[in-house]
Design a protein around this ligand. Sequence first.
Ligand code: PLP
Length: 418
Amino acid sequence: AQAFQRFTEANPASRRQFEEQARYMPGANSRSVLFYAPFPLTIAKGEGAALWDADGHRYADFIAEYTAGVYGHSAPEIRDAVIEAMQSGINLTGHNLLEGRLAKTICERFPQIEQLRFTNSGTEANLMALTAALHFTGRRKIVVFSGGYHGGVLGFGAKPLPTTVPFDFLVLPYNDAQAAGEQIEKHGPEIAAILVEPMQGASGCIPGRLDFLQALRDGATKAGALLVFDEVMTSRLAPNGLANKLGIRSDLTTLGKYIGGGMSFGAFGGRADVMAQFDPRTGALSHSGTFNNNVMTMAAGHAGLTKLFTPEAAGRLAERGEAMRARLNALCAKEDVAMQFTGVGSLMNAHFVRGEVRRVDDLAAVDGRLRQLLFFHLLSEGIYASPRGFIVLSLPLTDADIDRFAAAIGRFIGEYRA
Ligand code: PLP
């Protein structure tokens, strides 16, 4: 209650903005994830890895548009690419000069993707990948995992989304290789696809265990089903994506977030024989979307992957993340508190439990107010993270920003450990 009161007093402009917007948009937003009580901050401006809210407070940005903002807010390479693209016209109603270039860059970067198609979001990419798998196999069942999040209409979290599309889903526990192996074998002839995040993002940066992911690969191959890796978040976690680092080859991969340079983006791709279904000369499937090849995304994405988030830069950011997470976990261990940071590379999540976090069930007993306290504590220290404890690194964050984050966590533990 105290945190809410301090927050409300400090943010009159954000509050006014929220109340005015709420007249025209339910809950004042189009993105449920951005809401938190008593009202969310309105962000007025961003530069590098800094954000300013409507009341003029400055924050170090440790959420970076839920991973789409890896480039920060003002990379000249992205801005110049978008301006240059726009100078040749925005809505061209045809194949344009930029889309093939981005497709080639992505296929060369992620070797399991032989061919791909663009969408406007990660959600659409997953829906299209599943559609491709259903038609390719002629089957109906789709295996997903507890805690999985694949988009606004594809959620299997602790509270399953009532908006999830009515496909024939079989929901299995995440990170349980034995259960997965048994169930996939049992339902084998009905299974079209196994859809999995190699690290669950929305459920709290829970890394997939190698034996589990390998069991999915083996099960899919045996059943004649397609293994679909949702790498919308995890493609940034190693130079060529997390699946490559783990050495597991999926049949289809979905991408999103930062790969569009910070513009609306999604893509799905993989085996050429599966993707051939979309070839209008020979295949049976059509896939449309007015903005799928929009020039701004096509230009920004290419600039981002070739000039900024190169494979080397991806590797370095992952290393910085590993070092930061180790430092935060050392702090928790030293203070002996029930708090830890899970994740891989540049993505991590604070959790108020001891012991290994293998799936969402391991977090069920946590008092959600602790996450809220942490969130408001970080805001009061000038750090913008996410209400669920998700922490995301971006390229322009400095070592001083990371020091500041670690110091803020130290003070948080000191203040609330009782
Ligand atoms: N898949 C994963 C793993 C995600 O984390 C997200 C978004 O957070 C999506 C899919 C959906 O992407 P989008 O929000 O672009 O629809």
